[in-house]
Design a protein around this ligand. Sequence first.
Ligand code: ADP
Ligand code: MG
Length: 381
Amino acid sequence: GASPDSCNTFSHRKNDLPIHGVSETIVGVLGGGQLGRMLCQAASQMAIKVIVLDPVENCPAGALSHCHVVGSYDDSVTVEEFAKRCSVLTFEIEHVNVETLEKLEQRGLDVQPKASTIQIIQDKYLQKVHFSLHGIPLPKFMKIDDPESAKKAGDLFGYPFMIKSRRLAYDGRGNAVAKREEEISSAVQIPLIIWATLFAALGGYDHGLYVEQWAPFVKELAVIVARGRDKSILCYPVVETIHRENICHIVKAPANVPLKIRKLATDVAYKAVSSLEGAGVYAVELFLTEDGQILLNEVAPRAHNSGHHTIESCFTSQYEQHLRAILGLQLGDPSMKTQAAIMYNILGEDEGEPGFLLAHQLIGRALGISGATVHWYDKPG
Ligand code: ADP
Ligand code: MG
């Protein structure tokens, strides 16, 4: 049934922005992963042309896009060249070069959401500062520059606490837990090891770290929030996310929490997105604590893995909604058209041959369940 969440009042207003003409529009997307791929699927239905910029030749979005430009979305010259072909520029990843975006905006390119939003969000510490200045509840946090400041954080916040990399973090890469003071120095090196393999010699205090107080959550919740060009906001039903090794593993929609909690979570998500600039869908990750508090974890300025279920279970998927939002079309109804939905993320390949076989067994079973849908990212190995 329809969601009772407070900010979710969808109304049919007169559509004075017809869809005619959108097929002339070229939507440029920085990043061509699974989110870009699903955006292309929604775009194809509406005859919207999506071009993607991604360095990986056989990236998931490549085959489904109108055009895949092979190149780095973090390289100024490449992005500027790519932007010449776009009517509107958007993202499926926030780890892009903000100065380039600002320059493009100054030249009049339509960037959605705005460069200012990407700048705040791509630096998790700046993000925390921004949201705390806007009165959004979050775990206590502080910047650390050396072992002394890290120790001070432990004295202030207690143990365990979370050490996070300010930049380039995803799927828990860039997070480390310090359970006691003696663990700080090894924990600080964890981002070093991870990022050294991926980004060569980033890490340690010099890489830019901050500390967060441990959030004693009973559940993790998430809300997809859509914001139109006219600043109108619609929230999707609150979902519960369950992570395995920091990767979104299961999503339950709607979250099985009291209405009061759903309202509070939706209000926090609404407020967080209101404080940012630009159209599009945003994902707000939240912690629910034992005493019924909602704390903000982080915001993504784009579609999100916790919103995949919207493709099958909501009147408007997060991908279609993102296109509607950035193109200035009327936002669609975000409420659920099914009673409930569950997303199960199969991560087999990383675990070698047995994992791969298990993944295939699970897919086989899913194919035999009516109402279940399989989405295969086709990520290059
Ligand atoms: P990522 O960018 O990888 O999504 P997050 O900062 O969202 O990184 O952290 C990943 C996961 O780690 C969260 O979903 C949550 O399970 C856990 N986590 C993050 N911050 C905290 C915290 N302050 N206290 C407790 N757990 C946390
Ligand atoms: Mg996260």
